[in-house]
Design a protein around this ligand. Structure first.
Ligand code: SF4
Ligand code: SF4
Length: 297
């Protein structure tokens, strides 16, 4: 992180349903209440849902598209070079039948085929991938949502576009990361200064946590853990955190009040006000260890 940039915190989990969005929205709400300048980016483009928790008006919307090749079969000599260059197998090529066709849904818009074609047979056309939208929460705070079109293979361009829309000068950016440990998660985590991993104290929770930690170590990103539904399950996650020297940021016990508030789209802090102080403490710990001195908090 360089001075002048926000402190960027991604909230992630190895799988869906562990409370990642609950943590992201609660942290966002807690920081807003303190009057801090904060933007929450919903990077879960395949299932964005943070908007459901906030009353807000859309202030802008931008379509995200990429350039897809269009092959002119009059000019094409069926040399097959574009097909060879395409790493994503998006060009169907049958030289004996003189058939060549772009499969748009597999195309990543990388431009390699246009570069490869020496016969001027490839033009490009824009194809929509989805939409990135901005919502105003209050004068200090915004929410940015990425939303992929049905049938589009990769949410990564939408995630990058959404993160690039963070206003310069904002103090804190929170990313609600896509679940899993594949490319969308890596692309989100790579743009963050610190990753909060949300897990549950169960064998599945531990297995997903291990995968997330290993992935983050490969890209050299620091992380800490929030254990949700801490009163259920066993102690194996705690032992793992000790062994691996990973900070335990917070334990949230299973609470019917929290579950009821969350499932009805309310803030958990309304049901359990003590959570607010605990989330502030989590933020202070991250800020102290991974923040910079540029912003006044
Ligand atoms: S733009 Fe890239 S991904 Fe798309 S067809 Fe061409 S080489 Fe393949
Ligand atoms: S590289 Fe150009 S000429 Fe060769 S098969 Fe592809 S489109 Fe046709």
């Amino acid at each position: 992180m360089t001075n002048g940039e926000p402190l960027k915190i991604a909230i992630a989990s190895g799988k869906g349903g562990t409370g990642k969005t609950f943590v992201a929205t609660t942290l966002f709400h807690t920081l807003i209440k303190r009057g801090l300048q904060v933007t929450l980016v919903d990077c879960d483009a395949e299932a964005p849902n943070v908007l459901e928790f906030f009353n807000s008006g859309k202030i802008w919307e931008e379509e995200v598209s990429h350039q897809v090749p269009v092959i002119d079969t009059e000019k094409c000599v069926f040399c097959g070079k574009c097909h060879e260059y395409c790493e994503y197998k998006a060009i169907f090529y049958l030289p004996t039948m003189k058939v060549i066709q772009v499969m748009e849904e597999l195309c990543h818009g990388c431009g390699a085929c246009s570069y490869a074609c020496e016969f001027g047979a490839i033009a490009e056309k824009p194809v929509s991938l989805g939409v990135v939208s901005g919502f105003l929460i209050n004068e200090n705070s915004t929410l940015i949502e990425s939303r992929i079109n049905i049938g589009v293979m990769s949410p990564v361009p939408l995630i990058k576009a959404a993160i690039s829309k963070i206003e310069p000068g904002i103090a804190i950016a929170l990313f609600d990361s896509p679940p899993g440990t594949s490319c969308p998660f890596i692309q989100t985590a790579a743009r963050a200064d610190f990753i909060v991993l949300v897990t549950e104290p169960t064998p599945f929770g531990l297995s997903d946590l291990r995968q997330s930690v290993e992935t983050l170590r490969q890209i050299d990103k620091p992380c800490g853990v929030i254990i949700n539904k801490a009163s259920l399950g066993n102690r194996d996650v705690y032992k793992y955190l000790d062994q691996e020297n990973i900070p335990l940021l917070l334990e949230i016990p299973f609470s019917r009040e929290i579950a009821t508030a969350y499932s009805s789209g309310k803030m958990a802090t309304e049901a359990v006000p003590a959570l607010e102080e605990q989330f502030l403490q989590v933020f202070s710990t991250i800020k102290m260890n991974y923040g910079n001195s540029h912003h006044q908090w």
